[in-house]
Design a protein around this ligand. Structure first.
Ligand code: AMP
Ligand code: GLY
Length: 430
């Protein structure tokens, strides 16, 4: 059968690469894709927000199933648009995608379902939010342990972790200002929690929930978790932070009540449910939900997945995920190191020629997933985004996988290329 993957990042390259390995899949199209998906699949120049053109393409090319990578088309209703046209698609409806698109929706649902999460309050104006901070923290000098969040999608920039009153006030002004548009129309202020973070990604058809191997992302830009937040500078899996006992807790106290609450609220969920968790002294708590695979977590996860991804996705879309049973994994851990453009997560140049990709790809147990890349008019692969590549490797231990990933990183160069040097080091401390 033919499959369409929607999106153009490292996650979509990994999805296309894995789907292509299925014995039941003939052609994999990616809209719009990048230079990596052009090699492992076939790129189609259609914008992920142009549902009419995507539908037309699927009809003309006998696409039997569409897999959506990023949150934006999901929250715009791509799944509803395809279902109306009787086309099969993997992902949540627009109404269920609010779980990621609206922090207020997510927090209210978590509270209602009694899922452990940070205490919070919602404000409809900057003034009321600032009054709350002023009343609760009258002194300028004390620690102000709050996190200020814009309600809507803000490409990872809508969350400001605070420790001072002035900082919280500034965060409120910023998130409710013009920069964030309607995303900042409501502000969530929540209690600041302390602990290590893990990503538990599950797939559900609304009845059965299948959890994937737990992973850990590295969101801050620089080594030692310093610097501004990014989309993720690297990830590894599995992580010992989530052992079998913690995983059972997350299944029973987090995922099951969430899926039930969504169903009760008439937002039945199918697709990928990604819980961003923080391991506090009181146990795991949900920081956020995403309604799609994590990027970069998807890359090391899919490298280890042995079960046919097409089987899992089709079973989900057809509402028979219970038939899949437990998933099969390569026992070796995997590590993904993101190579980024100079200046990322701020502004950066594009169009630098990337060298050494072939040498890196020839290394054993290595896969270089492309994110912000494209082919220029001369056929050269050039940078086209902030996060450029996700260099992923497996090894007999996390340290061995890390070593192999960084060996591959050293083969690759372009003007201004950089990466964190400590991806997966935290794993050795758990
Ligand atoms: P979110 O998009 O809500 O996951 O937030 C992005 C990042 O902000 C998280 O990965 C955490 O590092 C941090 N963060 C969010 N909420 C909290 C919280 N309540 N306490 C501490 N850190 C938080
Ligand atoms: N890696 C974090 C995310 O995909 O949101």
């Amino acid at each position: 059968m033919n499959v369409l993957v929607v999106g153009n990042g490292g996650r979509e390259h990994a999805l296309a690469w894995k789907l292509k390995q299925s014995s039941r899949v003939d052609r994999v199209f990616v809209a719009p894709g990048n230079a990596g998906t052009q090699e492992d699949a076939e790129n189609v120049a259609i914008d992920p927000a142009d549902f009419a053109s995507l539908v037309k393409f699927c009809r003309q090319n006998q696409v039997e199933l569409t897999v959506v990578g990023p949150e934006a088309p999901l929250s715009l209703g791509i799944v509803d648009a395809f279902r109306t046209e009787k086309l099969r698609i993997f992902g949540p409806s627009k109404s269920a995608a609010q779980l990621e698109a609206s922090k207020v929706f997510c927090k209210n649902l978590l509270r209602q379902a009694d899922v452990p999460t940070a205490d919070y309050q919602v404000f409809r104006s900057a003034d009321s939010a600032k009054r709350f901070i002023a009343d609760r923290y009258p002194s300028d000098t004390e620690d102000v342990p709050v996190v200020v969040k814009a309600d809507g999608l803000a490409a990872g920039k809508g969350v400001i972790v605070c420790s001072k009153r002035a900082q919280a006030m500034q965060a409120i002004d910023r998130l409710s200002g013009n920069e964030f548009g309607t995303a900042g129309a409501q502000i969530v202020i929540e209690e600041r929690l302390d602990g290590d973070e893990a990503s538990v990604i599950a797939i559900t058809d609304g009845q059965t929930i299948v959890t994937l191997s737990p992973a850990q992302d590295h969101k801050p830009a620089y080594d030692g978790d310093q610097g501004p937040n990014t989309g993720g500078m690297g990830a590894y899996c599995p992580t010992k932070l989530v052992d079998d006992k913690v995983m059972s807790f997350i299944q029973e106290q987090v995922l099951v009540p969430t899926v039930h609450a969504l169903k009760r609220g008439r937002h039945p969920f199918t697709g990928v449910l990604y819980a961003g968790l923080i391991m506090t002294n009181q146990g795991p708590k949900v920081l956020e939900y995403n309604v799609r695979f994590g990027d970069p977590e998807c890359q090391p996860l899919l490298m280890r997945l042995k079960t046919d991804l097409m089987d899992i996705i089709e079973a989900t879309v057809d509402g028979r995920l219970d038939e899949i049973g437990s998933l099969e994994w390569d026992p070796r851990p995997s590590v993904c190191v993101v190579m980024a453009s100079e200046g990322y997560p701020g502004s950066y140049e594009k169009g630098h020629v990337i060298r050494g990709l072939r040498e890196a790809a020839a290394m054993p147990d290595v896969k270089v997933f492309h994110a912000g890349t494209k082919r220029d008019s001369d056929g050269r692969i050039v940078t086209a985004g902030g996060r450029v590549l996700g260099v992923t490797a497996m090894g007999d231990s996390i340290s061995a996988a890390k070593l192999q990933a960084y060996k591959a990183v050293r083969c690759i160069r372009w003007d201004g290329a950089w990466c964190r040097k400590d991806i997966s080091d935290k794993a050795l401390t758990y």
